[in-house]
Write a protein that binds this ligand. Sequence first.
Ligand code: ZN
Length: 231
Amino acid sequence: MHIHARDENGEPTQSAEIYREIKEEIENRCDVIFQPSTGGAVHHSPQERMQSLECGPEMATLSTGTCNFGTDVFMNNQVTMETFAQRMLELGVKPEIECFERGMIQNALKLAGKGLLQMPLHFDFVLGIPGACPAQLRDLLYLSESLPDRCTWTAAATGKNQLPTAVAAILLGGHVRVGFEDNIYYRKGELAQSNAQLVERVVRIAEELGREIATVAEARRILSIPQKKEK
Ligand code: ZN
């Protein structure tokens, strides 16, 4: 469950305290893999962005490169990447490598080579961001085929590309991310009622296509995350 926090005024925040509150509320209701963003919003500094790592998550995102992001720049230079990866290693947080371009795969593998990331890596291909890689099927094919064996991947795409990209990922053996971060429409002209509605649709499609839905324990196994001890 990939999360971006907001403060009491509805503004994006990377506060560990607010992430911790959200995490507790969710965990009181269901067992999920909680994954805060370390991307935050483009105006957050790297120091602000990495605060979310301190909420005790099993996973967190790690963007391994810089790209244009609409009219802004999403900045992740070598120092930022290494600092984030180092802290995740110390805290035992499994990174989801957020990858907006092909070069970001290479950057992640370089971090693994330096011992800052542990193989097998899990990638999330975020496609269709204005200024970065588009969400055509050939883009997803190229990115997913560029990963070393044993690495796992998820695909996410913005707006109208969300559903076709999710279906393509299901067919290619990947995993999917759907929800309001990337798309707020259920179909053209019709707003989605909830994240759950978007998830339920993709579950129905996966089942029709013969891709079974993982339990949380199976998801941890697939992602090489240690199983949680019973409370
Ligand atoms: Zn995000």
